[in-house]
Design a protein around this ligand. Structure first.
Ligand SMILES: [Zn+2]
Length: 343
């Protein structure tokens, strides 16, 4: 398994600095790893935890072979604590009980590591009461303990949490770099180019798409377009179906991704930059969206998508969310068409 930082695409330089700080035992007590979903923040957080705990005395850390490194890779290291949303709950939130347990544990002696790392992912899942409970510990952590807050929505963190942390920004990987990386992993060149475009420079997303996700995304897009071409009844039925799906969250994410892809393409076509479309197989449709929505309709719908993603995080009723969004898309397309015709 890869262990160093050189394979962490696009983030190597920043991580090399953090790993060097870990070796000098100069890590900040709280980092925020922020950036788009699946860009590599979680992998980087684990890699930094490995570097901080690695037993190897040489330069190339984390070594990936010492007991510490292997335990972290297997998710069983006692001094690397990963806090994710409580799987027992339907919501994607981290509860105050989970935070209280962390505070209790970090007050105990470390087991073996040179450094104990606590990772919250996604840190924006910390409810205000939970975040408040954590503040004092973030400010004065027990010696030898550091926190990494992983988030794609840094604005959702409490200002008091942000001000106690050092922010590390992860950026999307340039398209050509990501394409070459995918090809090196055995992905066929044409697919690699489309995957790197669709993933918006996020390697984790590109790999997920390569692993069957692409077909699902295309299916989600085609269903969405079918529904939009029909009436309000079909639209509400579709919202119901999506929210009742076995993996409702994944289904909604794919629908939002598909919609975002169409808006992105429409913007490119409208500004005469349509040579790298995500939906290159539907050029006429993209051109129609560009003609109907550019520019203000695209902005409004993008805001509506952002709003939907945020509301979805706090687990309000997804059916109502999807209904509201689809109704808005249908209205924008419809009203724009009317304006287009009368003009
Ligand atoms: Zn090691």
């Amino acid at each position: 398994m890869a262990s160093g930082v050189k394979d962490l695409l696009g983030q190597t330089e920043m991580l090399t600095q953090l790993v060097a700080a870990a070796r000098r035992e100069h890590l900040h007590h709280c980092y925020i790893f922020e950036g788009p979903p699946q860009v590599g923040k979680h992998t980087a957080a684990l890699r930094l935890a490995m570097a901080a705990a690695c037993a190897w005395e040489g330069d190339e850390v984390p070594c990936g072979v010492c007991t510490s490194c292997r335990q972290i890779q297997r998710g069983v290291h006692p001094d690397v604590i990963l806090i994710e949303p409580d799987p027992e709950r339907k919501s994607r939130t981290i509860s105050v009980d989970q935070v209280r347990e962390v505070i209790r544990v970090v007050r105990l002696h470390r087991f073996s590591a040179r450094w104990r790392t606590v990772i919250f992912d996604p840190a924006d899942g910390l409810m205000p009461q939970a975040a408040n409970a954590l503040l004092k510990t973030l400010e004065e952590p027990p010696p030898g303990t550091g926190f990494i807050l992983v988030t794609s929505r840094v604005s959702a963190l409490l200002p008091t949490v942000r001000s106690r942390s050092q922010r590390v920004r992860f950026r999307a990987v340039p398209e050509d770099t990501l394409t070459a990386w995918l090809v090196a992993r055995g992905v066929e060149a044409t697919s690699a180019a489309r995957l790197s475009r669709l993933s918006m420079g996020c390697p984790g997303k590109a790999l997920a798409l390569a692993d069957g996700g692409l077909a699902e995304l295309d299916k989600a897009r085609d269903q969405l377009l079918n529904v939009l071409s029909e009436g309000p009844t079909e639209l509400f039925d579709y919202a119901e179906t999506l929210s009742q799906a076995k993996d409702a969250r994944g289904a909604l994410d794919r629908t939002l991704d598909a919609l975002e892809g169409l808006l992105r393409d429409a913007a490119l076509v409208a500004s005469s930059r349509g040579d790298r479309l995500l939906n290159a197989d539907r050029p006429e449709l993209v051109a129609a969206w560009a003609a109907n929505l550019w520019p203000t309709g695209l902005d409004r719908l993008q805001r509506e998508i952002n709003h939907t993603r945020e509301r979805q995080q706090v687990n309000v009723n997804n059916r109502l969310l999807v209904e509201a969004l689809l109704a808005r898309v249908a209205t924008e397309l419809g009203s724009a068409r009317r304006v287009g015709r009368s003009g």
